[in-house]
Design a binder for this molecule. Structure first.
Ligand SMILES: Cc1cc2nc3c(=O)[nH]c(=O)nc-3n(C[C@H](O)[C@H](O)[C@H](O)COP(=O)(O)OP(=O)(O)OC[C@H]3O[C@@H](n4cnc5c(N)ncnc54)[C@H](O)[C@@H]3O)c2cc1C
Length: 247
């Protein structure tokens, strides 16, 4: 997407996809190129506050596996004109830095959602395993199920502690891209693993819409993708770890 200055306005063209609340939302933070030739490329981006209006159209609503509480959509900008005072900050070219500043917090937020899913899946599994009986005893007393619960409880606890560690560093104003990346990576994988293990513990009812576990199972994968995929998180963690431990 590009924004071209036209006297006291900017004229914006291009499309965005997978925008949360794109269908129902009314106002967006919009990262676009104000200088497509800039090098390095990120220095040519600027951030705008973009209310819906003429030239700002909503495209397709994207249907999803889970996370139905927010809509996701495509946005189309066709000679969308806004006054220059919608630029965030005094000058062009700071957009990437402004957005990157929010990524640490965004990743800690996703990590916290991962913790919620991991702990929720554990609670549901533990409660079901103590209620459902096979071969004359609750399935929680079968060692195969107890081993799963032990692993799930450990994963959920480790995810919570990593997330608190990253949030603490953020609150103290410290650089925490590595800590936020670790928390996001670990907690989202814990959410995914715990939700599928909990589903297995529920047997056929894990596959039923009557029980909550199927929703956690559908919601968990997004935490591995949003705010930067877990592949990218591992690269960020490795790069930052080596920078801090250079030999
Ligand atoms: C429900 C939902 C809501 C979203 N909300 C928003 C929103 O509000 N605003 C917004 O801007 N975006 C939003 N997104 C987009 C989201 O941030 C991206 O989908 C995500 O960052 C991954 O980008 P991508 O889909 O282009 O994947 P791709 O970049 O195409 O990646 C595909 C695969 O290749 C891997 N990969 C790509 N590049 C590399 C590399 N250099 N090294 C190693 N592996 C790599 C990825 O890890 C992934 O496994 C949303 C997405 C979803 C699903």
């Amino acid at each position: 997407m590009t924004a071209r200055r036209d006297r006291s306005d900017y004229v914006i063209n291009g499309t965005k996809t997978w925008i949360s609340n794109g269908i129902e939302g009314s106002c967006f933070a919009l990262l676009v190129k104000t200088n497509p030739e800039a090098s390095p490329r990120y220095s040519g981006m600027s951030l705008f506050i973009a209310p819906k209006g003429p030239g700002f159209k909503v495209g397709r609503k994207l249907e999803k596996l889970g996370y139905h509480s927010i809509d996701s959509g495509e946005l189309i900008f066709d000679d969308y004109r806004i006054s220059a005072d919608h630029l965030i900050g005094e000058v062009e070219g700071r957009g990437f830095t402004q957005v990157a500043g929010g990524l640490e917090l965004g990743r800690i937020n996703v990590a916290a959602r991962g913790v919620g899913i991991a702990e929720g899946a554990l609670r549901l599994a533990s409660s079901y395993a103590q209620t459902r009986k096979t071969f004359g005893k609750p399935i929680a007393e079968h060692q195969a199920i107890a081993l799963k619960i032990g692993e799930m409880a450990t994963r959920a606890r480790a995810a919570r502690l990593l997330t608190l560690d990253a949030a603490g560093a953020f609150d103290r104003g410290e650089r925490c891209d590595m800590e936020a990346g670790m928390a996001k990576f670990f907690s989202s994988e814990a959410a995914l693993e715990n939700s599928i293990e909990s589903m297995r513990i529920h047997g056929a009812y894990g596959y039923s819409k009557e029980y909550d576990i199927e929703r956690l199972y559908r919601d968990a994968p997004l935490t591995c993708i949003g705010e930067g995929t877990n592949e990218m998180q591992r690269l960020i963690i490795a790069r930052q770890y080596m920078r801090r431990n250079a030999t």
